[in-house]
Ligand binder design. Structure first.
Ligand SMILES: [Zn+2]
Ligand SMILES: [Zn+2]
Length: 327
């Protein structure tokens, strides 16, 4: 299922040859692929799409079917995950200082290279991760971006004891469980009136859940904004205790409105999180193996990718949408 025209808003079914693994690569039979909000930004042309046609999808779970020359860490039959980060140069000022997520030559799955809205995917084996057992293929898919980028955002919140999560979708429902497990107090914010989502957040251990316009019962030490809504940045900032941080987790967001300086005063901070490092993936997958995290998924047939994208666009998906190719 490929985006064949810039801004088409939909993907189109097509047939391709099964890829062949070049040296250093693996070819994976896709078992499941999560649908991320970034995919929506790509098909809706809210992100400049460098490659057309492109097969979206960067939350890939699959079984290794071919191993290229030189690949030693993976063998045929391994169950693996393929995330957003698909290549870094290893030489730039970011790569050499532990920040390969900001690599100036980085390439991304389902954006520069074909992703997982397909029956097969090919990837550089150095950016592929074995997945913990204890998760079905469908349940594991959201770990690969909602989980990973959510985890990086969570780490940027530091050791904040009281964490607000703005937008309680795929990423927040995973990170809430990690935060509760680590003894943090979680406050969940949803669009006004989304009482079912608020109840879901409480069921995962959030100590409070309410409308994004509501004041939480306590000030927050950090807030992570997962929804692509700039107004939530200032809303979250207004709920921070001194020294607190707002972390913006999305790749694209509507404009952030102006705000009085007193909201930022007292060492409050606003920052964004971009992409992931392979170290983030290793750390997060170790936590996922130990917990385990319960993911709420909405499976769709791969052929129904446009329905999944539409449901995500309209806010109708509960948890994480996941595409499943026919067996
Ligand atoms: Zn994503
Ligand atoms: Zn680099």
């Amino acid at each position: 299922m490929a985006l064949t025209r810039r801004g088409a808003g939909v993907v189109e079914a097509g047939e391709r040859e099964v890829p062949v693994a070049l040296p250093g690569e693996v070819v994976v039979r896709v078992r499941a692929c999560g649908v991320c909000r970034t995919d929506l930004h790509i098909v809706d042309d809210e992100l400049p799409t460098p490659e057309i046609p492109i097969v979206p999808g960067h939350e890939i779970v699959g079984i290794v079917e071919q191993v290229g020359d030189g690949v030693t860490a993976l063998v045929v039959g391994d169950r693996v995950g393929i995330p957003w980060l698909s290549y870094t140069c290893g030489q730039c000022a970011y790569c050499t200082t532990g920040r390969e997520n900001l690599c100036v030559n980085a390439r991304f799955t389902g954006y520069h290279t074909d992703g997982g809205y397909a029956e097969h995917a090919v990837a550089d084996a150095a950016y592929v991760f074995k997945l913990p057992t204890g998760y079905s293929d469908v349940d594991a898919a959201p770990l690969m971006c909602a989980g990973l980028i959510g985890y990086r955002s969570y780490r940027m919140a530091g050791d904040a004891p009281r964490i607000g999560l703005y937008g309680f979708g795929a990423a927040a429902h995973i990170i809430a469980q990690v935060a509760v497990h680590e003894g943090r107090t979680v406050f969940a914010f949803t669009p006004p009136g989304k009482t079912e989502t608020q109840a879901f957040a409480r069921s995962l251990g959030a100590s409070w859940a309410g409308d994004s316009t509501d004041a939480p019962p306590e000030m927050l030490d950090a807030a992570i904004v997962f929804a692509p809504v700039g107004a939530l940045v200032t809303e979250a900032l207004s709920r921070l205790a001194p020294g607190g941080t707002v972390v913006c987790a999305g790749i694209h967001m509507s404009d952030v409105p102006g705000f009085p300086y007193r909201l930022l005063w007292e060492e409050r901070a606003i920052r964004s999180v971009a992409n992931l490092t392979r170290q983030d993936a290793r750390e997060f997958l170790a936590i996922a193996a130990a917990l385990p995290i319960k993911t709420r998924v909405a499976p769709y047939d791969l052929a129904d990718a446009n329905r999944a994208l539409g449901d995500l666009r309209s806010g109708a998906v509960r948890g994480a949408a996941v595409l499943v190719p026919e067996a």
